[in-house]
Ligand binder design. Structure first.
Ligand code: UDP
Length: 488
């Protein structure tokens, strides 16, 4: 600054700060990482940000979460669009895709408004939002995607239009595993659940998104090189047929988020437990087990004899889709504890704590008493677990979780997976649950996973420091945005 020049005149000369609009698909698993990206763009790179959400995801929990962001990060909800013409029971992928497509006119108006009132330099949508990149073009700013899953899943999406054209068989009927460049081979049956039925609307939507991803100016990915080094080496190379790919993660919520209020009692309970003694059991914001599987899990935890903290949700017997809690995971109509086996609470009270529907997960994972997590392998939960140095038992339910489980068990080697058996071949039995819990908490395989996860925790932290791969990758994108918008 020149002599005598005030901070205010310097700021006026610099012009308004760069502004970016981020559009999140419904679901806390989508909103939370984008909000965290917004915080990072503000804190490390001086941006102001608008986080846009859809009317269907509006909930008290989401509003409270967005209101807790720094003042330079605003939030706005796009107006509701009619979805009543979609068939009852439409897949979540279809609902999210149609809502995005029908919201383009409203989004175009919002971006035009931001363009006239802020120094808007870029627009970022997430995995179901490729159709909304049109609105960025109309606003004259580059349209990027933020992919909240990993490079394995992104690679599948980018190759999907080709795979769809080349082979008419269902993935689960393929003779060998699906091999994507640099990625762990994935058995067809473990491929993304909506891709398991080529005749479904959800399948067609995913192929459509894979095609539209090519319209993005770049794809930011919530992963980091050390967790999937082979895929990172391939996808970090530019290719003419796809946008540049930028691993910038882990972008996860801070363990201090919501630290003031823990009405669930989880933290108080953990405070009273010995160091590294507890298995945390959680199936994300929408995952629910069948009634039979819920009872089997209860029996398995009891049989293991280990301490556990279990976020129980009311069972869903309608298949592997997310339960009705998808749009607001903190809400539950019934007390799910009534689905547990008779006498379970009494028999396990010395070792276990059951909390209905929701726990402060990042705080639980960071707690000194937590030793491992049994998880549905939602990617945010995986990243939070890695960032906290907590190894996993992989219990995938839907979406891309089975792919994630393959990667975590076979490639990254930070998770163990129980046998799936039962009379119908799709139940995990109490005895097998107890076995995998004992192995994770006391066995050699658990110890090996713990050592590997400690390495990844350190890699995740150093990657996010200035000079680290993820930090510098985001810095490069940010400097491209600023350069494209010209001197302010
Ligand atoms: N979450 C939480 N408490 C819960 C369940 C979930 O805080 O009881 C958070 C979790 O920390 C993560 C997100 O909700 O940030 C779930 O995202 P993920 O991708 O793991 O799974 P999804 O909910 O999208 O299936």
């Amino acid at each position: 600054m020149c002599c005598g020049e005030t901070e205010a005149t310097a700021a006026a000369a610099r012009g308004p700060p760069p502004h970016v609009a981020l559009l999140s698909s419904p679901g806390m698993g989508h909103v939370a990482p984008l909000a965290e990206l917004a915080r990072r763009l503000h804190d490390a790179h001086g941006f102001t940000v608008t986080v846009l959400t859809y009317a269907s995801s509006d909930s008290a929990a989401q509003r409270a979460f967005l209101a807790s962001l720094p003042p330079a990060v605003g939030a706005a909800s796009l107006p509701a669009v009619p979805l009543g013409d979609l068939p009852a029971g439409a897949a979540i992928e279809t609902l999210l895709s149609v809502e995005a497509q029908r919201s383009v006119p409203a989004l175009t108006a919002v971006l035009a408004g931001l363009k006239s009132t802020t120094n808007l330099v870029a627009f970022v949508a997430d995995l179901f939002g490729a159709d909304t990149l049109r609105a960025a073009r109309d606003a004259g700013v580059p349209g990027y995607l933020f992919f909240p899953s990993n490079l394995l899943m992104l690679s599948l999406m980018l190759h999907l239009p080709r795979l769809d054209a080349e082979d008419a068989a269902e993935f689960r009927d393929l003779p060998g595993p699906v091999r994507l460049p640099g990625c762990v081979p994935v058995p067809g049956a473990d491929i993304l659940q909506p891709l398991q039925d080529r005749a479904s609307d959800a399948y067609r939507w995913m192929v459509h998104h894979g095609e539209r991803y090519r319209d993005a100016a770049g794809i930011l990915v919530n992963t980091f090189d050390a967790v999937e080094p082979g895929a990172a080496a391939v996808l970090r190379q530019p290719e003419p047929w796809r946008p540049p790919v930028y691993p910038i993660g882990p972008v996860t919520r801070q363990a201090t988020d919501g630290a003031a209020a823990d009405a669930t009692g989880c933290i108080d309970w953990l405070d009273a437990q010995p160091e590294r003694s507890v298995l945390f059991v959680s199936f994300g914001s929408g995952g629910a087990l069948s009634t039979a599987q819920t009872r089997e899990l209860a029996r398995g935890l009891e049989l293991s004899g280990h301490r556990f903290l279990w976020v129980v949700r009311s069972p869903s017997d309608g298949g592997a889709n997310p339960g009705e809690s998808y749009y607001d995971g903190s809400r539950s109509k019934d007390d799910p504890r009534r689905f547990l086996p008779p006498g379970f609470a009494e028999r396990t009270k010395a070792l276990g704590h059951v909390v209905p529907s929701w726990a402060p997960q990042t705080r639980v994972l960071a707690h000194r008493a937590t030793k491992a997590m049994l998880t549905h392998c939602g990617w945010n939960s995986v990243l939070e677990s890695l960032a906290a140095g907590v190894p996993m038992i992989a219990w995938p339910l839907y979406a891309e979780q089975r792919e994630n489980a393959v990667m975590l068990c076979e490639e990254t080697k930070v998770a163990l997976r129980p046998e799936v058996g039962g009379a119908d071949g799709c139940l995990i039995l109490a005895g097998d649950i107890a076995e995998v819990v004992k192995e994770m908490m006391d066995g050699e395989k658990g110890e090996a996973a713990r050592a590997k996860v400690a390495e990844l925790k350190a890699a995740a932290a150093s990657g996010l420091e200035p000079g680290g791969a993820s930090y510098e990758t985001l810095a490069k994108v940010v400097s491209d945005w600023k350069a494209a918008s010209g001197p302010s």
